[in-house]
Design a protein around this ligand. Structure first.
Ligand code: SAH
Length: 506
């Protein structure tokens, strides 16, 4: 059976501007063919195991010719695959979306279009520029500044100048002098406000505000980073009043978040809320241990009342243990055993099973859990700790220091390190594109370090949830900041403080 092709708009960069439908289709894709304009934050959404094909286009540096891309889409669809053709912005706005459909139509391949948020409108919006405003204009025009080789511009400058509408030029940076010159020659007022908007909706967004007469000169003073659009019109003058993106506390900050792949990232959402651009890198993956015999034996003992306490040190630890428990028996196997959780995330994981922790330490780390649980439980208590195979020793060491406790430490899951298939994290770090890496556990530091192994770690600014995590980062030479408390809120505050410190350093 023939597959199907979805032509999907990825939006202009900010992952939050990808449509719900686009995300849904992407999550079920078998093949993704993507462009250079698709942001890494969006690429981070592609599920593991999806076949990835880069059809990157950057002017002068074509990786796949248009006809080749068309053919790839056809071939994969003929193989019965669910193919997503992922394009920056909207696929039909200077995206050659139409060209890519022709071959599919000829071969009767079914397809759907998922429109995207176009940079032509979103980038001005993120700069506080409304593309229309009743007091200033009554139309908006999207124009390409790209000229086919050996062709002259197919732009009617006279008509554009006469519309008095807002003009948005895509692919226009190389042609900036020609475009402004064309407008001036056609009689446009040289004092008409104009702006170049670079890398809009990302942490690196920047605006050069000037007029049609002075924009070229203003851009010569700095290197214009692409992608960028040019906006011409009276509405450009509103940017200073309505500019909002740069006012968010973490504006301009690009953060790498590592987490176990199975978990949704509350942390990423909290950082995005404050204006950070978040690159999610699922550096570690948790998998149940291959040989479950010891776990099963512990569950058997538990069901016979063999343990007084169960202590959990991570949300994954909770999930993997209870998955097994429920597969073998049901929650009644817990009997009267009491529950300890290292912190709020772990407590939340327990709540999913309708269970509440009887004990949580005052500081959310292994050492404190061990020390405080030791005095909280009755002398001679038997404690079961189902946790990661690489769990650290401090917890057990503390528990064994006294009170005659019998501790059973069993490995329920292994932590695997997985480098991203699509994001070149090493290149990102070396180019200084990552302002901070945020770590919620020592194992995520290890996962990250394994994934980017030979990178110069002194270039990494690590914001860590606690002492042990920070120690792991420091050991590798990273500059570190540590949250006041081991909570996500405190971690986000630490990122804000670190960002502030870096701004002052500059
Ligand atoms: N289909 C895309 C446009 C493709 S043409 C869309 O709807 O947005 C590529 C041009 O889009 C670039 O040359 C640049 O002018 C513009 N562009 C895309 N993303 C941008 C961004 N994040 N910031 C500024 N300009 C962007």
């Amino acid at each position: 059976m023939a597959g199907k092709v979805w032509l999907v708009g990825a939006g202009p960069g900010d992952v939050g501007l990808m449509t719900l439908k686009g995300r849904e289709v992407l999550s079920r894709a078998e093949v993704v063919v993507y462009d250079a304009l698709v942001s890494n934050s969006v690429l981070g959404l592609i599920p593991e195991g999806t076949k990835l094909i880069f059809a990157g286009k950057r002017s002068g540096n074509h990786y796949l010719k248009q006809e080749e891309t068309n053919k790839v889409l056809l071939e994969e669809a003929l193989n019965g695959k669910r193919v997503v053709r992922l394009k920056g912005g909207d696929p039909f706005v200077f995206g050659r979306g139409g060209e890519e459909l022709e071959l599919l139509v000829q071969h009767g391949i079914p397809f759907e279009i998922v429109p995207g948020v176009t940079s032509a409108f979103a980038v001005p919006a993120y700069n506080g520029i409304p593309v229309t405003h009743r007091d200033y204009c009554s139309s908006v025009h999207i124009v390409t500044g790209h000229r086919r080789a050996d062709h002259s511009y197919d732009i009617d400058f006279g008509a554009l100048a006469r519309t008095k509408g807002t003009l948005v030029f895509l692919m226009g940076i190389a042609a900036l002098p020609d475009l402004m010159g064309g407008l001036l020659a056609a009689g446009m007022d040289p004092d008409m406000p104009a702006a170049v908007l670079e890398r809009g909706t990302t942490a690196r967004q920047r605006r050069v505000s000037a007029t049609v007469g002075t924009l070229q000169g203003a851009c010569e003073k700095t290197v214009v980073q692409t992608p960028a659009i040019i906006v011409v019109g009276r509405v450009c003058a509103l940017a200073e009043t309505f500019g909002w993106a740069e006012k968010r506390p973490l504006a301009g900050v690009r953060v790498l978040v590592t987490r176990p792949r199975e978990r949704v990232s509350t942390l990423a959402n909290m950082l995005q809320d404050r204006g950070a651009e978040v690159l999610e890198l699922p550096a570690i993956r948790t998998v149940p241990v291959k040989d479950m015999t010891p776990v099963d034996a512990a569950i058997e003992t538990l069901s016979k009342g063999g343990y007084h306490w169960l202590a959990f040190t991570s949300p994954s630890g909770v999930d993997i243990f209870f998955d097994r428990l429920i597969a073998l028996r049901d929650l009644r196997a817990l009997g009267g055993a009491r529950l300890a959780a290292i912190g709020q995330g772990t407590q939340k994981a327990l709540l999913k099973y309708g269970l509440r922790a009887d004990f949580m330490p005052s500081v959310y780390d292994g050492e404190t859990l061990g020390r405080e649980l030791r005095s909280a439980c009755a002398p001679g208590s038997r404690i079961l700790i189902p946790r990661a195979a690489i769990g650290d020793r401090e917890l057990i060491g503390e528990l064994e220091k006294g009170n005659n406790l019998a501790v059973t430490d069993i490995a329920t899951y292994d932590t695997e390190y997985a480098a991203s298939e699509v994001i070149d994290e090493r290149g990102e770090i070396e180019r200084g594109e990552i302002d901070f890496a945020v770590f919620t556990s020592a194992s995520t530091v290890r996962g990250f370090a394994a994934a980017v192994s030979d990178v110069d770690f002194t270039r990494v600014n690590a914001v860590c949830i606690g002492k042990q995590t920070a120690a792991e980062a420091q050991r590798r030479g990273m500059r570190t900041w540590t949250a006041q408390k081991a909570t996500l809120e405190a971690l986000v505050e630490a990122v804000e403080e670190a960002a502030e410190e870096m701004r002052n350093d500059e």
